[in-house]
Each structure stands twice: as structure tokens, then as C-alpha cells.
Write a protein of this length. Structure first.
Length: 254
């Protein structure tokens, strides 16, 4: 397991729901006797924050600006894809699965692979899959993705980038593979909400990017359930906040 990956994820957990709100509330409980007014404020703020971030309407508001930056590729642009290769980014693994022989892809990764396979078939461009094994395990995300593409979609993978722990390393290691092979322009496949950070990372690594976003979470029609606290909405809000924090960190590093 990568120590830097573990530290970064632990630090991020403090800023994401539900721990961000729970931390405020717990701090208020500890201060209840010493600073009662501050304590009440912290408890109320913590409860409010957790509740707000579990509402679909809030999650959609956080996701929409991320997803609107890069529109989906037009269907008629797939065959003439303006890229020399297609890069599909990993999105986690299904660790130690009892029904498979080795670590396999997680559900979010399948959404990316499905679209990457569609683009590869339509354009005839070669595929690179990217993702390491920051949390340990038998094989990397890239190896699991290649197995799934060949087994489930009948699409072959030309390159594997299996040494990275995060998006910035995805980009750096992908450039180390593709640039010496004469590939400079890539079609980048990842979730729509992840695309702004991914494009920034790959551009910084020296690759020209044609965004190929998929799985638009904020595009679905609104329903009354968007105003009811739900676990799925909290997950979407956490995803959006993670991306906003990531973009801020990338901006500070420039």
C-alpha cells in the first residue's frame, strides 16, 4: 500500500462528508461546558452540513459546474476521433472478489471502460489503460481493466500504465509511455465530473487532450427525492467536493 496515497485520502476524509460535519459536531460536544455558545454553533453547523450534503439538489449543484466544462462527444465524431490513442483512467478495483480469479474492476471503472470500448471500436484507435495499485492487492487497476476490456468487450489494449497512485501520476506515467512512441494527442476517457482535473494533469504532462467524458451524474432530471436526505446524494456530494479540492491543490502547485 502506498503511504502517500493513504495520507492523502485520510486528509481528504476530514474535508468530505460525513466526517466534515461530524468533526464539527464532536468538537462542539467537547466544548459544551467551556464555550457553550461556540459549542452550540458547532453542533448545529455540523448537523446542517451533513444534512445539506445528503440532498440531491446540493450534490447536483456541486457537480454541474464540473460536468458542464466539457460536453459529450457528438456521436458522429467517434469515427474520426481527433487523437492518436485513447486513454481510459481507472476508477478503483473490486478487491479479492470471491467470484473472480483476481482483483477486478469496480462499477465506476466499468462505466469508463464501456465508453472507451465504444470509442475504440468506432475509431480504430489503440487503447492505453491507466491505474496502479495504491491500496495494495494482487494486480493493478490497469491490469484489471485490460482483462475486463478483453473479456467483456472484446477490445484489445496496447499499453498499460500501472505505476500511478493518482490522476497526476496517471498523466505523468502515460506521457512517459506515449510520447516516446510518437503519440502526443489522446482522447481521454473519464467521468464528466473528473474531466477538468484530468485534462489539466495531462496537459501539464505534455499531452494534447481531446476530452471524451462519460457518466454525467448531474444531467438526470430532478425528482422530489432530490430534497430528501439520501446516502447516494451524499456520495455524489463527496465526489464533487473531492474534485473541487483536487482542482484547488493543482492550482496551488502551478
Amino acid at each position: 500500500m502506498s503511504l502517500s496515497w493513504l495520507i492523502n485520502n485520510l486528509a481528504a476524509s476530514l474535508l468530505l462528508p460525513p466526517l466534515n460535519g461530524l468533526a464539527l459536531a464532536v468538537a462542539g460536544l467537547f466544548l459544551w461546558r467551556l464555550r457553550p455558545r461556540l459549542a452550540r454553533f458547532l453542533v448545529i453547523a455540523g448537523v446542517f452540513l451533513v444534512t445539506a450534503l445528503s440532498l440531491g439538489v446540493v450534490a447536483r449543484a456541486l457537480l454541474a459546474p464540473l460536468e458542464s466544462k466539457y460536453p459529450p462527444l457528438a456521436a458522429d465524431a467517434r469515427a474520426g476521433l481527433p487523437a492518436e490513442a485513447i486513454v481510459v483512467l481507472g476508477a478503483g478495483r473490486y478487491r479479492a472478489p470471491p467470484e473472480f480469479a483476481a482483483d477486478d474492476v469496480a462499477g465506476a471503472a466499468l462505466e469508463r471502460l464501456r465508453y472507451g470500448a465504444l470509442l475504440a471500436r468506432a475509431s480504430g484507435k489503440p487503447l492505453l489503460v491507466a491505474g496502479g495499485a495504491p491500496d495494495g492487492g494482487g494486480r493493478s487497476e490497469a491490469e484489471a481493466m485490460r482483462a475486463a476490456l478483453e473479456r467483456d468487450f472484446g477490445v484489445r489494449v496496447r499499453w498499460l500504465e500501472s505505476a500511478s497512485d493518482d490522476t497526476a501520476e496517471n498523466a505523468a506515467h502515460t506521457a512517459e509511455i506515449l510520447l516516446p512512441a510518437g503519440v502526443r494527442r489522446v482522447a481521454l476517457v473519464t467521468h464528466a465530473w473528473h474531466m477538468p482535473r484530468a485534462v489539466a494533469a495531462f496537459a501539464a504532462a505534455g499531452l494534447a487532450v481531446t476530452p471524451a467524458p462519460t457518466a454525467y451524474a448531474a444531467a438526470r432530471p430532478a425528482t422530489p427525492l432530490d430534497f430528501v436526505p439520501r446516502a447516494a446524494a451524499m456520495r455524489d456530494a463527496a465526489t464533487a467536493l473531492h474534485e473541487w479540492i483536487g482542482l484547488a491543490v493543482y492550482a496551488l502547485r502551478r
